[in-house]
Write a protein that binds this ligand. Sequence first.
Ligand code: FAD
Ligand code: EPU
Length: 294
Amino acid sequence: MSIPLPDELLKLPHTRDIPFERLTTLGIGGICRWLFEPSTEEEARLFVGACVRRDQPYRVLGVGSNLLVLGDVAEPVLRLRLGGKAARSGLEFTAPASHGHVALAEAAAAAGLSGLEWAGGIPGSLGGAVRMNAGAHGGEWGQVLARYRFLTPAGELVEKAPGPGEFGYRRSGFPPGAVVLSATARLAEGDPARIHALMAEYRAKRAAGQPRGVRSAGCIFRNPPGGSAGRLIDAAGLKGRRVGDAEVSLVHANFLVNRGHATPSQFLELMELVRAGVKEAHGVDLEPEVEIWR
Ligand code: FAD
Ligand code: EPU
């Protein structure tokens, strides 16, 4: 189903009826009825302003690498396509939110800046990474983020440093509807050879321990305090379990992958099966880490 949008919004460039198969790495979901892709911050501000004035709910999409979409989305979806490169100023490194995350880590390394080595294997956009407080190998955005520019859900442009406790494990304090426009990392001078060696080491670990070349949204469940969801799922004997084309990866049990044409209901059924199996085997309740759009 599609909903009519106010003229004020329709004046902004948009496309219609794009399958989420093309907008997410997992490749699951229905149709994105309205996709707005501003190429300037001003266009993004006009989009949020028009939605606010008309009480029109909207959603924010990055690269869709942490997203499970369960059906059609009738609300307008904002996906930033801002131009501009990452720029160094002293020890700070700033990039637009739509900058590729892996490319950002590589650009920091090329500039001889240390502090984002852990980010080199995490797909998605900078905006999605800040919003999710993405992390790996002991690093995460909350540790390096100096400040970020964003649109509040009321459409105001704000630039600020993160407040105390604003970022936690795969968690940030952004309210729904806030749009990250750019972010600045505070890094350290480093030896390029050592930076590249550490990134290569992390890449090799990932290649050995996580599935590649298959559609996924990364880890599906959050790690329980002090534990590993992957280890618990594995120990419950669930690797390789399938519901249709949705499968618990044989490589890493916390990656639930789409082997081809998994449907939203098959994927959800597999998630439930895994949760129930881990609860029965270990008495632990797993919480989803993936964002779910209903
Ligand atoms: P999306 O999936 O598009 O969106 C995620 C959330 O961010 C949504 O709530 C969305 O509304 C919001 N969002 C996106 N852009 C913005 C913006 N500009 N402003 C405000 N909100 C926004 N994650 C890790 O943390 N560590 C890992 O090691 C890791 N490994 C992965 C490996 C693979 C193979 C895959 C497929 C995923 C992995 N992930 C990992 C998950 C994912 O890559 C990260 O969560 C990533 O940061 C999501 O970015 P995105 O642009 O794809 O966001
Ligand atoms: N393990 C198993 N079986 C498995 C998978 C893992 O026994 O199938 C064991 C491993 O042998 C290891 C332990 O579980 O002893 C932890 O595994 P791993 O090192 O792979 O780390 P993880 O806790 O499963 C976390 C993040 C990943 C991130 C890696 C590397 C979460 C939910 N996952 O995985 O992030 O890449 O550490 O730092 O926090 C993501 O968020 O999407 C993601 C992939």
